[in-house]
Design a protein around this ligand. Structure first.
Ligand SMILES: Cc1ncc(COP(=O)(O)O)c(C=O)c1O
Length: 422
């Protein structure tokens, strides 16, 4: 019998290479918010934050192909592309975040950010939440909690409970910020008592991988104060909320209202081209450059810079931050109208939203949500689940999605919710 593509993938790439869905989707083409599989089946992409300005956006394709046809080389030569881009990118930040290192993945960006905090403080202790993912280098794996690192977490890492909507820290949504601050203070004290010292905290301003909990205004204010008081740096992982996804602002930290020392960027930055960055203040950059002799062969090469620059053109030219806000307001209002006995809340920020489900016994309806995700796939809409119990639907489409496509997705969702058994 002919080997399937899945069998071939395992033979060539090895076991346990992650896929989505019981029967993984074999995609061959994308355009805007639509994808096509090898059988010609069309799907609405309600999940992909990499194709930020839409799959195969012609402006990005043109910029990449023109630069690829002109010059692409490693990054020890002088080139205007990286400089024009960094000038433009840092122009979108305040608080003196005016310099950047360009890299190829979010993992590398977080790795560098952590090393920047080590360089500034001379300490090695980091805090992150206990239910998150920030990447896959040896250092960053220590703060990615999907699988404990071999040999266990290092003494330099402390994981604090992540905030939650249904089970807020300290038992109360209104005081969850104070409870989060207490956890962080304890972790800082512990790192200091162990003699490791505190270098910084890595956090996503929307706590996306934690399940994007609803947080009150100023939620992070108290946490930020204790981190600063202890001399630690705040590393803000904007790999998911960045580049306008939150709708109200370009960056998640602006929405929450705090000033990170370092910001890391990735996934949406090149619309699928592997380009990522670390943005910081000149004093932090100087300490990093002094402590490490850092070079990245591909980071910010001419084609990567062209891709990233073209993405900025499209976000600005097509007013996509505003679109994220308008479409999200509409989608959340429509989702509020959906009735289901397991539904406990609808929440989200910009084009990152979803619906949480608990069963009749008050337990997270994790299996139910997996079935809904599978049923949606059958109905031609790609989405996924997230949260500590994976009982929240995660909807995170490209920023170019419009209201008619939201209607299509939510009609499919209403129908799916009627047929998935309780
Ligand atoms: C919040 C966050 N940070 C960092 C990363 C790592 O990015 P990459 O896969 O580009 O290394 C991810 C990837 O899922 C992520 O979700």
């Amino acid at each position: 019998m002919k080997e399937t593509i899945l069998e071939r993938r395992t033979r060539l790439l090895g076991p346990n290479v992650p896929t989505f869905y019981e029967t993984p989707v074999h995609l061959v083409k994308g355009e805007g918010v639509w994808l096509w599989d090898a059988d010609g089946r069309k799907y609405l992409d309600c999940y992909n934050n990499v194709a930020h300005v839409g799959h195969c956006h012609p402006h990005v394709v043109k910029a990449v192909s023109e630069q690829a046809a002109t010059l692409n080389t490693h990054t020890r030569y002088l080139h205007d592309g990286i400089l024009d881009y960094v000038e433009r990118l840092t122009g979108k930040f305040s608080h003196d975040l005016s310099q950047a290192v360009m890299v190829c993945t979010g993992s590398e960006a977080n790795d560098i950010a952590m090393r920047m905090a080590q360089a500034v403080t001379g300490k090695t202790g980091f805090i992150a939440t206990d239910n998150t993912y920030h990447g896959n280098t040896a250092l960053v794996s220590q703060i990615s909690t999907r699988k404990p690192p071999i040999g266990g977490y290092s003494d330099a890492i402390r994981l604090v409970p992540s905030p939650d909507t249904l089970n807020p820290l300290g038992g109360d949504l209104a005081t969850q910020g104070a409870a989060f601050r207490r956890e962080i203070q304890q972790a800082i004290d512990d790192l200091n008592e162990r003699g490791v010292g505190f270098a910084g905290m890595v956090l996503c301003p929307s706590f996306c991988n934690e399940g994007f909990p609803s947080l009150h205004d100023g939620f992070l204010d108290e946490a930020v104060k204790v981190i600063r008081a202890a001399g630690g740096l705040i590393i803000c992982d904007e790999v998911q909320p960045g580049f306008g996804r939150v709708g109200s602002h370009w960056w998640g930290h602006e929405r929450v209202g705090f000033a990170p020392d370092i910001v890391t960027l990735g996934k949406p930055m090149g619309n699928g081209h592997p380009v990522a960055a670390v943005v910081t203040r000149p004093d932090v950059m100087a300490a990093f450059r002094e402590a490490f002799s850092y070079f990245n062969t591909f980071g910010g090469n001419p084609v990567s810079a062209a891709a990233a620059s073209a993405v900025l053109d499209v976000i600005e030219g097509e007013n996509l931050v505003q679109n994220a806000r308008d479409v999200s307001d509409y989608a959340i209002a429509q989702m509020d109208l959906i009735d289901h006995p397991y539904k406990v809340n609808v929440r989200g920020t910009g084009l990152f939203f979803g619906m949480e489900y608990m069963d009749h016994d008050g337990n997270p309806a994790s299996v139910f949500v997996v079935r809904v995700v599978e049923e949606m796939r059958k109905r031609g809409v790609l989405m996924n689940a997230i949260g500590r119990h994976r009982n929240t639907l995660k909807i995170r489409p490209p920023l170019v999605i419009k209201k008619p496509e939201i209607d299509f997705a939510l009609e499919a969702l209403s129908a799916a919710l009627k047929v998935v058994p309780l």
